[in-house]
Design a protein around this ligand. Sequence first.
Ligand code: AMP
Length: 485
Amino acid sequence: MMEFTTNPFDCHPFSGDALHEECGVFGIIGHVDAAAHCVLGLHALQHRGQEAAGIVTTDGEQFHQHLAFGRVGENFSSGEVMESLKGSAAIGHNRYSTSGEKKNYNNIQPLVAEISIGNVALAHNGNLTNAQTLRRGLIGEGTIFRTTMDTEVVVHLLAQSRKGNITDRLIDALSKVEGGYSMVVLTKDKLIGIRDPLGIRPLMLGELDGAYILTSETCALDIIGARHVRDVEPGECVVIRAGGQPESQRPFKKLAPRFCIFEYVYFSRPDSVICGKSVNDMRKLMGVELAREKPVKADIVVPVPDSGVAAALGYAEESGIPFEIGIIRNHYIGRTFIEPTEQIRHLGVKLKHNANRAIIEGKRVILVDDSVVRGTTSKKIVEMVRQAGAKEVHLRISSPPTTDPCFYGVDTPSKDKLLASSMGVGAMAKFMGADSLAFLSVNSLYRAVGKKTRNDKQPQYCDACFTGDYPVKVRDKEMKAGCGG
Ligand code: AMP
């Protein structure tokens, strides 16, 4: 899900000026406690978005909804709210946090619309790369937009499609749309899930006591005790009728999959399994590869919590250097502190982490984190570890330098704000004040996620943030100008 500011030419992700992606979706059909399960699922997906959460349910006749700013636990714990969410089918959405633009209630998902064939609700994770172009066209034809989200384009295309049923209309709408998306759609008697033809964003099919679930990650199935049936395939549309079995269609031209490698690096929860691979295992292997590729003599391996923990364990295991919890993270501060303003971002790192002098003093420390975006976190943490008495600080990053923005659903700043887009590794090390800095190479990252090497002619993943090799053309000129994400 991407959001435009009221002026679509004035937007930047990560900087907090607008454009918000990185969402989590959950849908369930055929369960008496649909809303309660949806709440739990969204709670497990909270890391994918903390600004707002919404749930829409259906009792087979009417839709019921509750949409609110803030986290799931804050908004879906009252009996009154839960009782209002009637029915045996539900979809929900977690939206990524942002500051910039004034909070816009209309932009909380799921989006609900009354179209000629009935009510429909839609929740979207990902970004559409031609949404502005389509939006301008639709506005030119008289369509009135209620939100500033790219997702609404799909709703209007759905409403205006001439196809007879909701599934055909959805496919018709999405055949006009480009980008990365996983969507869940609810009608009064159906739950539909669909992934973009490259399968950039994840979507899982689960089952619980005969009820079916479609959700971003398997951790949302675990929380409710549901079975992970399988991943929805790239380009697949799964339709589940109340009381029925999932039916599958492959409406789009088959393309070689390009799942987002950054989901493995950072974004997904480590206890999730994607394409049959444990996220935690992949991260640990990234650490193993990093230790092989970028070794350094030191006394302890210390993760930047929580994002660097699994890779640091792998690094320590492979190098034989002891793993120590030398930095403590305050868990009462969310990811929110990473984004908003420059000032808060600086403050945020101090509030969020503290170095443990008892562990660090007098040691040569290898600090492991998963990624460098602006470099703000690393700079602060290196400084903090030095202040705690480290003799040497060697920073090891378990992914390649982030050189290019994501246009398919991960919130990254524009290219000019990405440290690695303008600095080499030596300059970055100097900027961060580290004795040494090293990143995992692209090929080693591919090895960690189970490929021998990156196939440069036909890359097996979307790795555009590390390579600038974008699998879907970015048609919207605002995005290409570095103004979108
Ligand atoms: P930075 O300070 O901008 O270099 O951010 C790097 C830190 O942010 C790392 O610790 C990452 O774990 C984390 N990070 C990386 N990508 C994202 C993202 N898209 N949203 C929020 N945090 C991120």
